[in-house]
Design a protein around this ligand. Structure first.
Ligand SMILES: Cc1cc2nc3c(=O)[nH]c(=O)nc-3n(C[C@H](O)[C@H](O)[C@H](O)COP(=O)(O)OP(=O)(O)OC[C@H]3O[C@@H](n4cnc5c(N)ncnc54)[C@H](O)[C@@H]3O)c2cc1C
Length: 403
């Protein structure tokens, strides 16, 4: 049966473009089309922080994304009244998505990949013989479809994957510098509001050449928690108070808010002839980091698809296992476990111990940067974790022992 394409990729964000580029790199003869509903340059509400690991992955297929960015060499965490800083040269960059995603898509176009923008997919049907994707009144046929269409994507909905429970809301704006800001080579995650299931951030950014700071608040919505009933945990309210602490008024800025979908271990990521990648599959729920993960999903999906198409084995039954075994999967699972532990009833006991676990934090930043992990930091970090665990255990025993 003759089909128009081998693979239709729905969504031209980092996950879709990365999948297309990695697939083409290993199987250049395949007919690939990326369908993006918006027109480039298109905006995506996002703070734009990307760990250098993602760029190191892209370098392996000779991809260098050329767009304005602010480099950072340190990641800071404010927690339990302290600021912990992990220094890592070239830890990552902060981009504007309107520029980054356009530059990324242009590389795919220059390499001969068909990227159609202004092309909204309105229906998807799969049969035992192929896939039909409707776009602009045209029905495209393909051997497989990739859902790279983000948090509220059509592929997930039409194929009947569950909606997913782990959601977050993030609200952000750009301001000038403010008193108390750390140096511009540092991105900051602020966990000071203990009743907030989430954090506030300050990322150095650059808008039309002007140095600004992207500030925002990330709030997890867990269906098991009624926390959002508390007004201080509403993202915009928390952002207003976070800004006020820095002498800034939220009313002076344009805020932007959008949802995020977290990776859920064990959830399905594929169906026959259908693969989910990027935020359509699920990203890091602990920090809401998703661009690097989207690029990593693409690297993995490109190689996986090339092999599956070569063997005409398009059931994709082992896609989830493939993700789970890879760095991407264990890192997402680890961060999911951290989220479950940190935002539990144990938080009051864990939080005060976090500043003492700075070596572990450093290892996390090295992973984010794709830098070789310092063995000494891993050993010391494990020691700090064990010491913190013992102190938490002793503390809980003391608090439950009757006087
Ligand atoms: C406020 C906020 C701040 C964030 N900050 C960061 C950060 O600093 N660092 C970080 O790593 N992550 C951050 N994230 C998360 C990050 O933005 C996403 O995880 C990332 O964009 C996921 O990439 P993706 O390619 O999977 O999806 P997307 O970037 O969402 O791309 C999906 C694409 O699919 C297209 N599409 C959707 N439906 C259709 C359709 N029917 N037909 C055709 N095309 C379609 C969309 O137009 C879109 O271009 C933030 C998110 C929010 C909300």
């Amino acid at each position: 049966m003759q089909r128009d394409h081998d693979v239709v990729i729905v969504g031209g964000g980092p996950a879709g473009i990365s999948t297309a580029l990695h697939l083409q790199a290993v199987a250049p003869a395949l007919r690939i089309v990326v369908l993006e509903k918006e027109r480039y340059p298109r905006e995506k509400i996002c703070a734009g922080g990307i760990g250098a690991r993602a760029f190191k992955l892209l370098e392996k297929i000779d991809v260098i994304v050329d767009c304005p960015c602010v480099r950072f060499d340190a990641v800071a965490m404010r927690v339990a009244g302290e600021t912990v800083v992990a220094r890592e040269p070239w830890a990552g960059v902060v981009v504007r998505r309107i520029e980054f995603d356009h530059a990324f898509a242009k590389i795919a176009i220059e390499r001969g990949i068909e990227v159609r923008d202004g092309a909204e997919v309105t229906a998807i049907r799969t049969t035992a013989h192929g896939v039909t994707v409707e776009v602009d009144g045209e029905a495209l046929t393909a051997r497989a479809v990739v859902g790279a269409d983000g948090v509220g994507g059509i592929v997930r909905r039409q194929i009947g994957f569950p909606r997913g429970e782990l959601r977050a809301q993030a609200v952000e704006l750009d301001t000038g510098a403010a008193p108390g800001d750390l140096p511009r080579d540092t991105v900051v995650f602020d966990f000071s509001t203990t009743e907030l299931r989430g954090y506030a951030w300050d990322f150095p950014t650059q808008v039309a050449g002007e140095p600004l700071v992207c500030r925002g608040v990330y709030v997890l919505r867990d269906p098991r928690s009624r926390e959002l009933a508390s007004p201080s945990a509403e993202p915009r309210t928390r952002l207003a108070s976070y800004l006020a602490e820095r002498g800034l008024a939220i009313a002076d800025y344009r805020t932007k808010q959008f949802a995020e979908r977290g990776f859920e271990p064990g959830a399905e990521l594929a169906a026959p002839r259908v693969l989910l990648v990027g935020e359509a599959a699920g990203i890091d729920i602990a920090t809401g980091e998703g661009i690097g993960q989207a690029i990593e999903y693409g690297a993995l999906a490109g190689r996986y698809l090339a092999d599956a198409l070569a063997h005409d084995d398009l059931g994709f039954t082992d896609w989830r296992r493939t993700v789970t075994k890879h760095h991407l999967g264990w890192q997402l699972a680890l961060r999911h476990a951290l989220y479950r532990t940190f935002y539990s009833h144990r938080r009051p006991r864990i939080e005060p111990l976090m500043p003492s676990m700075h070596q572990l934090f450093r290892v996390g930043v090295q992973d984010f940067a794709g830098a070789p992990m310092s063995k000494l930091a891993v050993v010391r970090g494990t020691g700090q974790l064990l010491a913190a665990y013992t102190r938490a255990k002793l503390g809980s025993r003391r608090s439950t022992t009757p006087a």
